[in-house]
Design a protein around this ligand. Structure first.
Ligand SMILES: N[C@@H](CCC(=O)N[C@@H](CS)C(=O)NCC(=O)O)C(=O)O
Length: 222
């Protein structure tokens, strides 16, 4: 059976989890017990990778090879025949997923991390804070908490192009859900994870789309 190794709040993990749920294939979800302990991933990848998500499918161990690769999603798409990456829209998708994973994710993860004490186990919080501060500077988590109102305003503005796309069609690129729908869903799932936020009321199409994406199965998408 396919195994997805994850943290439940991680945006990139939510993307793959929703794709697996959408596909209807049985899969096993494994949460890493400690945010700082990547030894299982390090071992499974023969010391080549330590991040999540990681996918294990029998002897195949699948992980991202670069900032903008979509190795896991493309593996699942091929194996499970999901139609998420049609060649005819690869160009549009590859531009969109860069925007989603930088402009959107760059705000959503900070907004969620501002509440890290509520979802990171207490014993793990020191390594979580250290990991964030090594990358973003001392006091970053408290800063993000203080910047919440401004970041939510920016997020609403950066979501406008998606609202406009969804005014014209049920999914971002047409009548069927494609990879970018799952990608945006993952970033927004991370934003909503702490329970402190709602999607902006001024993005009504996006709110309806998010609700639809939450329970979508492959048979609904045909
Ligand atoms: N582009 C990668 C990014 C994965 C990523 O950044 N994962 C984070 C968790 S959300 C991680 O494990 N980072 C390394 C670390 O925390 O040490 C993907 O799509 O999978």
């Amino acid at each position: 059976m396919i195994e997805l190794i994850q943290f439940p709040w991680s945006p990139f993990c939510i993307v793959q989890r929703r794709i697996l749920e959408f596909s209807g294939t049985p899969f096993q979800l494994t949460n890493l017990a400690h945010t700082g302990d990547r030894s299982r991933i390090w071992q499974l990848t023969k010391e080549r990778y330590y991040a999540v998500p990681l996918l294990r499918d029998g002897r195949n161990v699948v992980f991202e090879t670069g900032e903008n690769s979509q190795v896991i999603a493309k593996y699942l798409d091929q194996k499970l025949a999901l139609g998420l990456f049609p060649a005819a829209i690869e160009g549009e998708q590859s531009i969109l997923w860069r925007y989603i994973e930088s402009e959107i994710e760059g705000l959503t993860f900070k907004l969620n991390d501002a509440h890290y004490r509520e979802f990171v186990p207490r014993a793990d919080q020191v390594s979580y804070v250290r990991h964030k501060e090594r990358k973003f500077g001392r006091g970053c988590l408290a800063d993000w908490h203080g910047q919440k109102t401004e970041m939510r305003r920016q997020l609403e503005a950066r979501l406008l192009p998606f609202e406009e796309m969804l005014e014209a069609r049920p999914f971002l690129l047409g009548a069927q859900p494609r990879f970018v729908d799952f990608d945006l869903f993952g970033m927004l799932g991370n934003f909503l994870y702490s329970g402190h936020y709602r999607l902006p009321t001024r993005r009504p199409q996006l709110r309806k789309w998010y609700h639809r994406m939450s329970g979508l199965g492959i048979d609904d998408a045909k």
